[in-house]
Design a protein around this ligand. Sequence first.
Ligand SMILES: *[C@@H]1O[C@H](CO)[C@@H](O)[C@H](O)[C@H]1NC(C)=O
Ligand SMILES: *[C@@H]1O[C@H](CO)[C@@H](O)[C@H](O)[C@H]1NC(C)=O
Ligand SMILES: *[C@@H]1O[C@H](CO)[C@@H](O)[C@H](O)[C@H]1NC(C)=O
Ligand SMILES: *[C@@H]1O[C@H](CO)[C@@H](O)[C@H](O)[C@H]1NC(C)=O
Ligand SMILES: *[C@@H]1O[C@H](CO)[C@@H](O)[C@H](O)[C@H]1NC(C)=O
Ligand SMILES: *[C@@H]1O[C@H](CO)[C@@H](O)[C@H](O)[C@H]1NC(C)=O
Ligand SMILES: *[C@@H]1O[C@H](CO)[C@@H](O)[C@H](O)[C@H]1NC(C)=O
Length: 635
Amino acid sequence: MYKFYCVFLAIVSAAIVSAGKEKIMLNLKKESWISDNDFKAIIKLSFPFSLCCNAYVKGKTLGVDVLFNQFIKNFKYEYTVQSLSYDCHAYFGLASSENDMMNKVKERVPTSISTTELLLIIDDKITSNSSILDVSIYKNSNVNIISRSGYWTLSENYLFPRVFKKVKRLKELRHKRGIVDLQGRQLQVAAFYNPPFCYLSTTINQTINKIDGEFFLANDDRELDGIETKLFLLMSKRLNFTWKIRKPNHYFRYGRPNGSNWEGGMIGQLFRNEIDFAFSGIWLKHDQYQYVNLTEPWYQLLIHYLVPRPRPQTSIWALTRPFTIEVWLLLIVVIIIQSINITIKARINQRVPKKFKSFILTITELLNIGSWSPLGTYGLRLQIHLWHVYGILIVTAYSSSLASRLTTPDYEPRIDTIQQFIDKNLTWGREAPVPNFDDYFNLRDPYAGKFPDKFTIDIDEEDRHVKIKKGNYAIIGRIVQGIFFPENHIRDADLKNYRVMKQEVGDYYATFAVQPWLLHSINKMVLWLRECGFTKYHLTNVIHRRTSLSLRNVLEEHDIKNNEGARVLILKPLIAGFGFFLIGLFISTLVLIYELRKKYPTISIFKTIKIMLNKKKFKKQKQYKHKSNIIIKKI
Ligand SMILES: *[C@@H]1O[C@H](CO)[C@@H](O)[C@H](O)[C@H]1NC(C)=O
Ligand SMILES: *[C@@H]1O[C@H](CO)[C@@H](O)[C@H](O)[C@H]1NC(C)=O
Ligand SMILES: *[C@@H]1O[C@H](CO)[C@@H](O)[C@H](O)[C@H]1NC(C)=O
Ligand SMILES: *[C@@H]1O[C@H](CO)[C@@H](O)[C@H](O)[C@H]1NC(C)=O
Ligand SMILES: *[C@@H]1O[C@H](CO)[C@@H](O)[C@H](O)[C@H]1NC(C)=O
Ligand SMILES: *[C@@H]1O[C@H](CO)[C@@H](O)[C@H](O)[C@H]1NC(C)=O
Ligand SMILES: *[C@@H]1O[C@H](CO)[C@@H](O)[C@H](O)[C@H]1NC(C)=O
């Protein structure tokens, strides 16, 4: 208030050196040409929602002073004079001539914002061809102009063309907002095929408003479907507008910022005012918000990957799997300690059998863990029998675990986190253009930051099919209402070997992009649709009707299904066992050969074996002879 007085004093008169409010009022007792009641009504109708005001005053005539005094008296909220507060959408202008006023408006008022409310009072006469009534100055703002020759109001910003209308009754100064009637105005709209949001696809080439475009025919119920399409149609009905939907032009779907410009895509079309409304999976993002107006979000979507299912595997190390590596190590350590203990005992205590004096012999004896209790354990009875019991427990645990593991299918570990995705060296892709990675992932995350390196462009569906067949390829998409939708079309057969990766990689809010003059109405509509459950209904309904079985299947895990029963053991998981057996056989053969050579150092092994076999024959013959002798004797 203090600020205001300073400025006001300067305007009113330099002569008044120190003056309180009452004194100024007294000096300005001159009658105004607007009655106080009318003034109150004008302010109320022009600033229906504002609790603050930016005021401008130009001109030093007595008439201006009187009017300004009247404003102070009738405006009940905070206001600033000659300085700007963008938080405040109400602007009050007061001038002695229309030219002064026009300059002020052009300089200071952000007219492109649709919620801007302008009340201009001109202490002069104006005619309907006055330049202050030039519609183009006011862009999207709501304007009321009061002059000595009459009151004018600018028609609603959502109707085209906008015109100034002379007001017959004060009530006409009110501007409508929220759920309004667009009176059948044709809106230019952009969208593209993007299940489950929009299924429009058939187009024809047309030129509308001198701009070439590919327009959707949209005459087919199956195409005029999708969650956002349905919401759009509801809005069109409620707000009473007609529409013409086109594809985004050029290379991009949404486009990219370039300095103060937005290039390409639907956002670009909106930025250049070619269209009024855009939908089909637009993300509520700060980037876009700086260039166009985005509405309240209608839903939150999660970005996920489809990753290859874990394949069944049979490891040659299957026999070791019942125990972890720690248990195996512990087993070995226990055997060694026990052997050392027994060896030392045997060397101290003479009554312990001599064989335990050798460390190697003791180890081999103890390795028969659980299978038999060695004889001749004098002096070691308790120790050895406890060892035996321990052995039986370990062997039982091992065998039962092994049986259940070997007879149920064994799968690779699942890929469920970003880290596993990167470690597995998966690649991913989509059709051109290259996405803006920063929107998709948190690139500051050490693992998610590697996603851009793993990206390759898919040339077309066939290329993607080849990549999927090759393996190691992840499919990107969004989860809507619990169902995964890939960004590009994937053949049903290709989806068979895919499942959803548990960890989400990003999320975003889906909104609509609109011209400023539609913002308030569409916002209201979105809130209304959400509150009344239309959003939820169409989400469920569209997904229920349009989701293929293969898209539902990716949510199912196959590696936990165990209705096939026990499987027949194949060679591979047992190979370690056979390996042990073969190695043992090999070693014992070597030992045998070594022993034979020691006994018959001069004869070749082949001959030695022959001699051994002959010896057996000889023995048999001998036995036979012996038996026959007895028989003869008996006879
Ligand atoms: C506006 O129209 C009146 C007649 O209606 C004419 O006398 C005047 O010159 C016009 N002013 C401008 C600025 O065209
Ligand atoms: C929609 O606009 C048309 C054209 O102005 C009008 O005739 C019609 O009455 C409006 N419909 C509704 C429901 O307001
Ligand atoms: C429409 O124009 C685009 C290029 O702007 C072209 O690729 C397409 O084939 C045209 N479609 C028809 C049906 O003429
Ligand atoms: C950005 O705009 C400038 C000037 O309009 C242009 O030369 C440049 O090629 C644009 N950059 C991109 C990436 O399109
Ligand atoms: C609409 O967008 C423009 C440009 O980004 C911005 O200046 C304005 O504040 C937005 N309007 C509203 C109501 O947010
Ligand atoms: C062997 O272990 C037993 C306990 O299990 C211990 O009492 C004994 O001292 C150990 N003997 C040697 C020689 O380490
Ligand atoms: C990961 O994949 C890329 C290309 O697919 C390949 O060049 C690279 O050698 C792979 N790295 C590892 C560790 O497998």
